[in-house]
Design a binder for this molecule. Sequence first.
Ligand code: MN
Length: 306
Amino acid sequence: MLLLGNQVIKLSVEAQHALIETYSSQAVNPPPHARFCAKTPSCVITVYNSGKVMFQGRTAEQEAAKWGDAIQKTASVPKTTLPDGFSEWSVVGSDEVGKGDYFGPLVVVAAYVSSDNIELVKELGVKDSKLLSDTDIKRIARDLHVTIPYQKATLHNPMYNKMQRTMTQGKMTAIAHNAALSALLKKLDQKPDAILIDQFAEKNVYYRHLSAEAAVVKDDVFFSTKAEGLHVAVAAASILARAFFLKEMDRLSQTTGITLPKGAGAKVDEVAATIIKQHGIEKLNEIAKVHFANTKKAVRLSELKR
Ligand code: MN
């Protein structure tokens, strides 16, 4: 029997992004529930929507080991231990979407689910957004819209690209979370028991990013990875953010006249190259996160196509 290596590791969004860039020239169509797949002569690498990355084939172990650093950085259990009974508290949750996608905005949503509303929100089908199809996401978001208070903060591409000249993506993400949280807290007529941010940066780094902000939400704030599974408010925020992202992708696809793919793989390079040829490179500033490596690859492709 042929023994094939099969390695599964869990990577942070940043590490996934780096991996996708590395293998983008060998990208193939991803299977269901995966955002990226690449084939090297001796290994198939699949990045699942869950953040799990599977390496299959003769050199699976060696390939996976290249990303080994990231394995240790991202534990598969949540990083924070929350107080007992936290999942039943009245909580504001926040999460972002679009950080790893070349096309489309960065969207953060903060959503409030009071303890009285937890069962109702679960009843609407709210669970880990990574397990839901785009159709489910859109349907559940429509229900959430009329059920719970929430606030979104969207960094559209022109603004994102402008900010990116002077700050990291992590800092922009922190500013957007803080903006959504501040605005939502102002709207609420009761004070939540806690705020839970789906962790994308260490707590001290998050607050360092906000050092120049006028108002910073600090009281009763908890950070955890995999927070969608720890309180339904984060799951709801994630679904709303994803729905807004999808809506914006549809809108941008319409104005561009071409369906913009998610992620940052080879398909994205191809589409970006077509856009450069049809509309000129300036168009990318309106619809894409231009600092991603995809821009350079697309420019190269567009020159080859000439
Ligand atoms: Mn998140």
